[in-house]
Design a protein around this ligand. Structure first.
Ligand code: IMP
Ligand code: MG
Length: 185
């Protein structure tokens, strides 16, 4: 398959992802009760695969909603521009809200989302991210649940894209150098 030929290296295998996502689900089961009835907010597009696997480990009653934020062009570096492309369907006032993110890089996107959601007065606001690149952080945003801390390398797969492609790879991988070469990094 052509797409897979673009992969230089697997950083986190499918098995490792599945095992860790299950553990994160168990952490959430220990955090929230039926009574809390948390609202999971999936940050599109990158987090949709993670959310789909994560919720299948949840035992408490919960809802999901979606939000799409744009902060990147086709390249691999943050433009610093953040805007809401798709907002939530419902009011979150008084709700226990969990933001589900694919990756926290500079922290700018998450900082924007958390500040925006806090103005809507949720009962609580927590963050669950599959990946985090701590060495890239520019804004120190609190994160409650982290799947994996990874080094400063651009990764794709399991929902994460490069120029909208590679989201379907079942692992987290690094692409070959020549694939990234033409992007504005
Ligand atoms: P931040 O605002 O710099 O923290 O970037 C967060 C967003 O950038 C994530 O939600 C991703 O959509 C995207 N992003 C950051 N690093 C990567 C990466 O290595 N691969 C794919 N997308 C990334
Ligand atoms: Mg994202």
């Amino acid at each position: 398959m052509k797409l897979w030929d673009d992969v230089a290296r697997i950083m986190i295998s499918e098995q490792e992802l599945q095992a860790r996502v299950k553990e994160l689900g168990q952490e959430l089961n220990a955090t929230y009760t039926d009574e809390d009835h948390p609202l999971l907010i999936c940050v599109l597009k990158g987090a949709f695969v993670f959310l789909a696997d994560l919720i299948r480990h949840l035992e408490m009653r919960h809802d999901v909603d979606f939000m799409e934020i744009s902060s990147y062009g086709a390249g691999t570096a943050s433009s610093g521009v953040v805007r809401i492309l798709l907002d939530l369907e419902r009011n979150i006032e008084g709700r226990h809200v969990l933001i589900v993110e694919d990756i926290i890089d500079s922290g700018r996107t998450l900082d924007y989302i958390t500040r925006n959601l806090l103005t809507r007065r949720p009962a609580s606001l927590r963050v669950c991210t599959l990946l985090s690149k701590p060495s890239r952080r520019e804004i120190d945003v609190p994160v409650d649940f982290v799947g994996f801390e990874i080094p400063d390398e651009f990764v794709t797969g399991y929902g994460l894209d490069f120029a909208e492609e590679y989201r379907n790879l079942p692992f987290i991988g690094v692409l070959k150098e020549e694939i990234y070469r033409n992007a504005e990094i």
